[in-house]
Design a protein around this ligand. Structure first.
Ligand code: MG
Length: 341
């Protein structure tokens, strides 16, 4: 007997859809708002609010440290949190290729539910579409998140100021290299693991414990280098990063050296950049280090005014290398690693 698979009629909106929704998704996502089964979820939220959406197409669907289900929760939760908000609700939409394994869909839905419980968000509305074989690659998930902004002056990319400290909550490149390694079956190191994790609890602690946070950003696609370029551009400042202060696991350093990738451009899914006045930096690092995913938090650089040193223009990012040189860190050009999240 063949393994049960998702058939086209499971996305039809009829009986087969009902069976899939009630029998599989409700088993894991159940909560009073979702179970109303109306066309829209009724939410009780007062503003100002932050909202973010992202589609997840990661290949392979499962990798050490996570899978497309947990990633679809963490990625969107983290983007909402970066605006200084407390994510409360998620929507989720599944696009499933006909023939997809029911057992694997259950496993991924369970992982998604566990990730949502860990982040303390509710999945309150969703959609399922099934497309014919070949019209999509196995499974894509879209999630949208919404939450209340916790502070009157939320952290934003435009708020970095000359003199600010640049902090990073932990090691770089873990997610990108892990996905690449499992996709290509390179098996670089059995110790490589994605850093996929919710950051909303850390963000809440930072905003409660500090007087002022100028910028929060998660260095996902394009990595640290691209994210710092975005911030420097939005704020019209220069970011200077010290190479010898950047935290890496030995596995990421060795793997990147072996296949010739720059870890500063690799995606992270459980790290944040925090830019704030220098006098707040020691307390911010102390708060980050209370969380397992923040144990290796470090100050990695400073914000300068354009032309203050190095004749740098607004929007530029400079790496002070371990050997004492300086290198301009540009944005990621093209697509280094497609389908990383
Ligand atoms: Mg982001």
């Amino acid at each position: 007997m063949s393994e049960p698979v998702i058939l086209l009629d499971a996305g039809s909106g009829g009986r087969a859809s009902q069976r899939l929704i009630r029998g599989l998704f409700f088993k894991f996502f159940s909560n009073p708002i979702l179970e109303e089964m109306d066309d829209a979820a009724r939410l009780d939220l007062s503003g100002p609010l932050a909202m973010s959406t992202d589609s997840y197409t990661v290949d392979p669907l499962e990798f050490p440290g996570g899978d497309i289900g947990s990633l679809a929760v963490h990625g969107t939760v983290n983007d909402v949190a970066m605006l200084g908000a407390d994510p409360a609700y998620l929507s989720c939409a599944f696009i499933i290729e006909e023939g997809f394994s029911v057992a694997l869909l259950e496993k991924l839905a369970r992982s998604m539910a566990e990730a949502a419980a860990g982040a303390q968000v509710l999945i309150v509305t969703g959609d399922t579409k099934v497309v014919p074989r070949g019209a999509a690659d196995k499974l894509f998930i879209n999630t949208t998140g919404i939450g209340r902004i916790l502070v009157s002056r939320p952290p934003q990319g435009k708020n970095a100021r000359p003199g600010d400290a640049i902090l990073l909550s932990g090691t770089l490149g873990d997610h990108g290299l892990t996905v690449l390694s499992s996709r290509s079956k390179l098996n670089l190191s059995p110790r490589l693991r994605s850093d996929s994790a919710p950051l909303n609890h850390m963000v809440g602690a930072l905003l409660r414990g500090l007087k002022e946070v100028h910028v929060l950003r998660d260095p996902t696609r394009g990595g640290l280098a691209t994210t710092l370029n975005e911030i420097a551009g939005q704020s019209g400042v220069v970011c200077v990063v010290r190479e010898d202060s950047l935290p890496f696991t030995p596995e990421v350093l060795a793997g990147c050296a072996l296949i010739g990738l720059d870890p500063l451009y690799l995606a992270n899914e459980g790290k944040l950049i925090c830019i704030l006045p220098p006098e707040e930096a020691p307390e911010a690092l102390e708060i980050m280090r209370r969380f397992p995913e923040g144990r290796q938090a470090a100050q990695i650089g400073v914000v300068l005014a354009p032309g203050e040193q190095y004749k740098a223009a607004p929007g530029q990012v400079i790496l002070k290398t371990a050997l004492g040189g300086e290198r301009l860190l540009g944005m990621l050009e093209g697509e280094q690693l497609p389908r990383i999240c």
